[in-house]
Ligand binder design. Structure first.
Ligand SMILES: *Cc1c(COP(=O)(O)O)cnc(C)c1O
Length: 357
C-alpha cells in the first residue's frame, strides 16, 4: 500500500448510460476520472478521483508539441453474480513504467496506480456493461504538461485514468477478419519507440489504416522496419499462427509491444501442452506454409480486440486464405478459456484476476 491517500469527490449527477448491447468502442465515459500531478520538487502528488470533465492545459504544454505521452489499456468485467473483476492489472502498471522510462517520463509508484485503478472501478462499478463480450475499458495515461516549447523533456506531468464501457472492437466480432500485409510503411524500427505504448506510434499508423480500410481490410499486418520481411504485429494487437500443429508468434525483439494478452495466450498454450515458439517469422515463410496447406490458424490478441481470428492475409497480389475463412478450433479454445477466466465462468488457474469489492 502506498502512503498517499486518494481523495474522492463524487459527482453530484449521474450520466445516462448507453445500452449495454449496442456499445461502440471508446465513445462513452463513466462519471469519474482519476488525476495525479508531477512536479520535480513534489514528485507525484495529489492523487484524486473527481467528476469526469474537461481539464485545463496551457497552450504551450509540451504534450501538444512533442507528444511526450504514454497510455495503458486493461478491462474490468462483471461476473454472473455481479462482482467486478480486473484482468492482470499489475502487468499493465509495470508496462506503464517501462513506457514512461522510454519516453523520459518519471517513474510512478506502481502501488498508487494499482490502487487508483481498483478504486475508480469500484466507484464506477455500475458502468461495467453486462451484455456478452462487453467490458469496462480502463485507460490510464500520462502526458507532459509543462508550458515550455523548448525541445526538452517536460518537468511537469499528469497521470489520469478514465473508464469507457465498450463492446466488440471489430464489427466482425468472432468472424475472421481480412488483413492487409503492409510492405511500404512501417510502425516501428529497431531502437525506436515501438515497445512503448506512446501516442505517436498510433498517429503514425492512421494513414496506413485508412488506406487499407478503403480496400476492404479491417487491419494492417506490420512487417519489421529494417527489412520489411519479418512479421511484427497486426494493428495494435500481437499475432499468432498455427503452422503444422505448432503455434508461433513473433519474438519480442524491441519493436513489438509486450502484450498482456500475448503473454496470457502463451501461458495457456504451454499449460495445455500445445507447442508454442517465440521467434522471427518471415512473410515468405508464412506464404510457403500457406501454399503447402500448413498454415492452419491465425489470430491476433490484445485487450481491446481480445482474440480475433484472421481469415485472410493479402500480401502484394497474393491472398492467403486461412482455415477456409472460419475460426480455427484452437483459436476458439483460446478465446473461450481466456474470456471464461476474465468473466469468471472458468477456473482462474493462473490467479490472473483481481476481484473488486
Ligand atoms: C496494446 C497493444 C497490444 C496489445 O497489448 P495487450 O496488453 O494485450 O492489450 C499489442 N500491440 C500494440 C501495438 C499495442 O498498442
Amino acid at each position: 500500500m502506498s502512503n498517499q491517500e486518494i481523495k474522492v469527490t463524487l459527482s453530484t449527477s449521474k450520466k445516462e448510460k448507453p445500452k449495454s448491447d449496442q456499445l461502440p468502442f471508446g465513445k462513452y465515459f463513466s462519471d469519474h476520472m482519476f488525476i495525479m500531478d508531477y512536479k520535480p520538487e513534489l514528485g507525484w502528488y495529489d492523487p484524486r478521483i473527481v467528476p469526469y470533465g474537461p481539464i485545463e492545459l496551457d497552450p504551450a504544454a509540451s504534450i501538444l508539441h512533442y507528444g511526450q505521452t504514454i497510455f495503458e489499456g486493461m478491462k474490468a468485467y462483471v461476473d454472473k453474480d455481479g462482482g467486478a473483476r480486473i484482468f492482470r492489472p499489475e502487468m499493465n502498471v509495470k508496462r506503464l513504467n517501462r513506457s514512461n522510462d522510454r519516453m523520459c517520463i518519471p517513474q510512478v509508484d506502481e502501488d498508487i496506480v494499482l490502487e487508483a485503478v481498483k478504486k475508480i472501478v469500484s466507484i464506477d462499478q455500475d458502468w461495467i456493461p453486462n451484455a456478452p463480450g462487453t467490458a469496462l475499458y480502463i485507460r490510464p495515461y500520462v502526458f507532459a504538461t509543462e508550458a515550455n516549447i523548448n525541445v526538452v523533456p517536460s518537468k511537469e506531468y499528469k497521470l489520469m485514468i478514465i473508464l469507457s464501457p465498450v463492446g466488440a472492437y471489430f464489427k466482425e466480432g468472432l468472424n475472421p477478419v481480412k488483413i492487409a500485409v503492409e510492405d511500404k510503411y512501417v510502425r516501428a524500427v529497431p531502437g525506436g519507440t515501438g515497445e512503448a505504448k506512446t501516442g505517436g506510434n498510433y498517429a503514425g499508423s492512421f494513414r496506413v489504416q485508412e488506406n487499407v480500410a478503403k480496400k476492404g481490410f479491417s487491419q494492417v499486418l506490420w512487417l519489421d522496419g529494417a527489412e520489411h520481411k519479418y512479421i511484427e504485429e497486426v494493428g495494435a494487437s500481437n499475432v499468432f499462427f498455427k503452422i503444422s500443429g505448432e503455434v508461433v508468434t513473433p519474438a519480442l525483439t524491441g519493436s513489438i509491444l509486450h502484450g498482456v494478452t500475448r503473454d496470457s495466450v502463451i501461458k495457456l498454450l504451454k499449460h495445455w501442452g500445445v507447442p508454442v515458439t517465440e521467434r522471427r517469422i518471415s512473410i515468405e515463410e508464412l506464404y510457403a506454409a500457406s501454399l503447402e496447406g500448413q498454415l492452419e490458424e491465425a489470430f491476433s490478441s490484445g485487450t481491446a480486440a481480445v482474440i480475433s481470428p484472421i481469415g485472410q492475409l493479402t500480401w502484394k497480389d497474393k491472398d492467403l486464405v486461412i482455415n477456409d475463412n472460419k475460426i480455427g478450433e484452437l483459436t476458439q479454445k483460446v478465446y473461450d478459456t481466456l474470456t471464461g477466466i476474465q468473466y469468471g465462468t472458468e477456473e482462474d488457474v493462473f490467479n490472473w484476476v483481481t476481484e473488486i469489492k
